[in-house]
Ligand binder design. Structure first.
Ligand SMILES: *[C@@H]1O[C@H](CO)[C@@H](O)[C@H](O)[C@H]1NC(C)=O
Ligand SMILES: *[C@@H]1O[C@H](CO)[C@@H](O)[C@H](O)[C@H]1NC(C)=O
Ligand SMILES: *[C@@H]1O[C@H](CO)[C@@H](O)[C@H](O)[C@H]1NC(C)=O
Length: 181
């Protein structure tokens, strides 16, 4: 389903069971970027086993990118999200993009790959939540990882409770039009 990646990311945050790094945004049909504009990358920093990584962009169409293009050499994991300026990524509007988080010392060691996403033309609206790109990843969310509950990750009530505690990230999900209720 459309929001599987976001839900999985939330589930990972909730359970804390498997240490893993996933890209929460962009990715999928509802979390796009806008060309020649500032965009944001959000990842599951709380469950990431990695302290840092290289951020690259790729495209399934070799006419757009033959190979992944790195644009942040070493990103500290604890930032949880990163605003990307129009000067860092100058890719044209197209679909089929993915973001890769990889080992800074070995580009073929890819830690996480986003769902494919579109870069829309300059002037397109942002996804609602991306208008406030770091709201879901401030340190105010850090209380959620261990506290909120290793108990229920799949029941609706459990999800709602954790989403509430996640604060800004809940806004990201809610702004996607996705209801956990
Ligand atoms: C980057 O992360 C690796 C492990 O993921 C760690 O060994 C290394 O010290 C880190 N480098 C910096 C500059 O934090
Ligand atoms: C780089 O990472 C790939 C994939 O994990 C691995 O197969 C390869 O051996 C690594 N290369 C080095 C030099 O560590
Ligand atoms: C968030 O936490 C990290 C490390 O835990 C810290 O380096 C950073 O400065 C904090 N950011 C804010 C806005 O407090």
């Amino acid at each position: 389903m459309k929001f599987a990646a976001s839900v999985l990311a939330l589930a990972a945050l909730v359970s804390g069971a498997a240490a893993q790094l996933t890209i929460i945004s962009p990715g999928g049909p509802n979390l796009w970027w806008v060309a020649q504009s500032q965009n944001v990358i959000v990842w599951s920093c709380k469950t990431s086993p990695y302290e840092n990584f290289t951020i690259s962009i790729a495209n399934s169409n070799p006419d757009i990118l033959v190979e992944p293009l790195a644009f942040v050499a070493q990103q500290p994991n604890y930032d949880c999200s990163e605003a990307i300026s129009q000067y860092q990524v100058t890719m044209p509007a197209a679909d089929g993009y993915t973001i890769l988080l990889s080992n800074s010392l070995n580009a073929t060691d890819v830690y996480a790959t986003s769902q494919p996403f579109e870069i829309k033309a300059l002037g397109a609206t942002y996804p609602a939540a991306s208008a406030t790109p770091t709201s879901g990843t401030t340190n105010s969310t850090s209380t959620s990882t261990s506290g909120a509950a290793a108990t229920s990750t799949t029941t609706k009530s459990g999800s709602e409770r954790v989403v509430a505690s996640l604060g800004g990230l809940a806004a990201v999900v809610a702004a996607l039009g996705f209801s956990l209720a």
